[in-house]
Design a protein around this ligand. Structure first.
Ligand code: SF4
Length: 153
């Protein structure tokens, strides 16, 4: 097994979360497993602060807020709400420069929620034989690049 620089750096940004040592506060849940039956998605969140009703997703360094970052928070939101948690705030955190970016809730941005649902449907309907447009810029930064058969890099 081997990891690229991107993977190692990304892992370091999540280290305190993954080891659940980011905080000892019982109000903050760290790396909990989440699932949404409605959307057929699951995963893990970085942190959820019960008192602030806040989800935070950490990235090593955020230079651009990509749609994927926002959809990741949308997925976290829907899973947590379905599991019975209250979410009133969502935030991206850029570890290297210590910056935070507030993201509107799905209930506050109906257009983005609509696009999120369309994306989830496309993922569910995707077949491996379908045409796939490779984006060299994404491949360049992708942690799966060394394992990927269709990468252009
Ligand atoms: S390397 Fe492969 S998995 Fe990664 S973005 Fe490119 S095509 Fe997608």
């Amino acid at each position: 097994m081997y990891q690229t620089t991107y993977q190692t750096e990304g892992k370091n940004a999540h280290k305190s979360i993954d080891t659940k040592t980011y905080t000892t506060s019982k109000k903050v849940l760290q790396t909990i497993e989440i699932y949404s039956q409605k959307y057929g998605i699951g995963g893990k969140i970085d942190t959820y602060d019960k008192a602030k009703k806040l989800i935070v997703e950490r990235k090593k360094k955020i230079k651009t807020i990509y749609d994927g970052y926002i959809y990741q928070l949308y997925a976290h939101y829907h899973c947590l709400v379905e599991m019975g948690y209250e979410v009133e705030n969502m935030r991206l955190y850029s570890y290297d420069d210590n910056k935070s970016y507030n993201i509107s809730l799905p209930t506050q941005d109906t257009k983005r929620q609509y696009d999120f649902e369309k994306l989830i449907s496309r993922i569910h309907d995707y077949k491996l034989q379908d045409h796939f447009a490779v984006n060299a810029n994404k491949c360049n930064m992708c942690i799966y690049n060394p394992l990927c058969d269709v990468s252009t890099c």
